[in-house]
Ligand binder design. Structure first.
Ligand code: GAR
Length: 187
């Protein structure tokens, strides 16, 4: 079966949505490792609940981004990881991981790309006054949210209400990401 590493920087609600599908046997893959760049990220608590090993490395502890990614890569090899699943990992993937996992890295982004790439996509959408935004799952390349799009879903903006818009986007993410992974791995 395919071995996955989930990458997250924060709450990890997308990680947990995917983990539930995997635990219930609905995605034909194993989550072998959770990787985070923040040693205090809540995703660590979530992974513990499911007995999934966590690699928590602060990039600041390394002299270069290359050294940081080499340390991650060494661990990915130990766990025989086939695919990297980015779920709220707030860092650009560098040449070390891109080289090792070409076409085997996917990401979720809270907008209809190519609109609103980068940070605070929901804030960008609200600031522009768009009426419809959404969620995109895409392959990762060297750019910022520029890789080939796999799947998208629209979400209506709740005007002037960031909290409700965010909740609607998260709810959509928790359905869309597991679905995409089913399509990728359940053949
Ligand atoms: C999600 O909304 C995800 O789309 C976004 O971070 C959030 C993480 O939530 N990712 C990006 O903005 C990437 N550019 P979570 O930690 O609860 O899964």
């Amino acid at each position: 079966m395919t071995n996955l590493a989930l990458f997250a920087s924060g709450s990890g609600s997308n990680y947990e949505a995917i983990q539930r599908y995997v635990t219930e046997g609905k995605i034909a893959a194993n989550i072998r490792l959770v990787v985070t760049d923040r040693v205090d990220a809540f995703v660590i608590q979530r992974a513990k609940k499911y007995d999934i090993p966590v690699l928590a490395l602060s990039p600041k502890a390394f002299e270069t981004k290359e050294a940081y990614e080499q340390a991650i890569l060494a661990e990915l090899k130990k766990y025989d990881i086939d695919w990297l699943i980015l779920a709220g990992y707030m860092r650009l993937i560098g040449p070390v991981l891109l080289g090792a996992y070409a076409d085997h890295i996917v990401n979720i982004h809270p907008s209809l790309l190519p609109s609103f790439p980068g940070k605070d996509a929901i804030g960008q959408a609200l600031a522009h006054g768009v009426k419809v935004t959404g969620v995109t799952v895409h392959y990762v390349d060297e750019g910022m949210d520029t890789g080939r799009i796999i799947q998208q879903r629209a979400v209506e903006v709740v005007e002037g209400d960031r909290e409700q818009t965010e909740a609607a986007i998260h709810a959509m993410e928790h359905i869309l990401y597991p679905e995409v992974l089913q399509n990728l791995f359940n053949s």
